[in-house]
Design a binder for this molecule. Sequence first.
Ligand code: HEC
Length: 469
Amino acid sequence: MFTAENIFLISCFIVLLLIAFVLSKVTSSLKTQTDAAELEEAHEEINLHKNVFLFFAFLAIIIFICYNVVVKTGTQAHVMEWLNLIVRWAHVTFGIAWIGASFYFIFLENSLNRTYKLRDELAGNLWAIHGGGFYYIEKYKSAPPELPRQLHWFKYEAYFTWLTGFLLLTLVYFMNAKAFMIDPQVRDITPGTAIGIGLGTLVAGWLVYDIMCRSALIHRKTLFAIIGFALVVFAAYFLSHFLSGRAAFMLVGALLGTIMAGNVFFVIIPSQKALVAAAKAGKPVNPDLGKFAGLRSLHNNYITLPVIFVMISNHFPTTFGNGYNWAILGGLTLASVAVKHYINLHEKGEKAVWMLPFATIAILALVIVTAPKPPKSAKDLPPVAFSQIQPIIKTRCTQCHSATPTDDTQKTAPNGIMFDTPEQIKQHIDRILVRAVETKTMPQGNKTNITDKERELIGVWIAQGAKME
Ligand code: HEC
């Protein structure tokens, strides 16, 4: 009952409920401030937020109940897989909406006509054609003289991407810390420690970033970028020395995603609210507000490509399974930020000749440094027979990869991959080499205690042509 997973879920429930409670108090103390229409608007918004928190508190309890009903029964993997599917689907959908909007608005900002036949009050305008219609957009220098009846905001994409992302992190990693977060060969920690490191990274990472943004550093763009990048590499280095490579990557991604969502929630939306309030009151608008919000939004724009890589990285054990996985993550971050920079400059009509070649060379370099080293002259070693390999696969892999798995969490063969017969083994030689010999990312969390000698033997057998006799 008092496992790390349960304590975590119950804490989530309590925290969410507390936030909802505080929000309900806020609504009742709003009364005296503004005029009736604004009051109603504020009420509606806080109520909405309260309901979202209540919904997620409710969800935490549902997961808690489901988890405790199915844990260690034959249906755990089945139920968790469906939860995973639904939440991932939602997460990807919200993420596409968010990043799509982010790309679109940065494109807009970069491509505005800022000089040709502009009215005085405009910063720029833009014509576009899409879906069979012409669109004409104008950007104001500051607030328009009269605020429109309906103003569209873009924030729920960000909030829901983060919330579903956190839920997914919970379902896949925190609720299954033993299998997905802990690698005894990296460090033998308890699930509680692993979850603590995960949560601590998100909170500490956001705080450090936010302090950097509020310091004088924000005015020195290049230095900010260099320090920011160094900190990302440091986070990856730190995490990869405590957690499995896969979890370390995912947490760096979750940290970057948290920074992006935090920027929206704590800075961009509040500044926009202040802008709207100033405009409504007919007061001059503080131009700094828009500027700082704009900077955070630009940071988000640069962070997107590295985050997207991390989110797909669990398909690529060559990256997270490498001994220098933190450096590979650093390299990919650098290359993808260069690509984004190229796109941004290109949209502004500026030249950035060396950005794409730089990114290409960086990625080529990664391809080369991650190349597996051929086992030393396997041809000269005594021949390894299949009869030596099959027992290894049987004891180390078929606990999960079988038509009838005996593992406590994997109740169906992962990715449909089974090693029950020699033909099935033969069919997956290439991936066995990658996962069990080169990247050592299988058996998962080395749950079946394969030895380095056995890995080597499999490697030699494959190098000698994987003969089946
Ligand atoms: C404790 C359970 C478990 C054990 C034991 C295990 N695996 Fe896996 N395996 C998984 C899971 C879960 C996945 C899917 C997630 C992933 O790809 O990391 C998987 C996926 C795979 C894949 C498909 C993904 C790909 O990269 O092509 C291969 C191949 C594989 N394992 C090989 C092996 C080999 C070889 C062994 C034994 C040396 C082994 N596994 C032992 C759980 C296990």
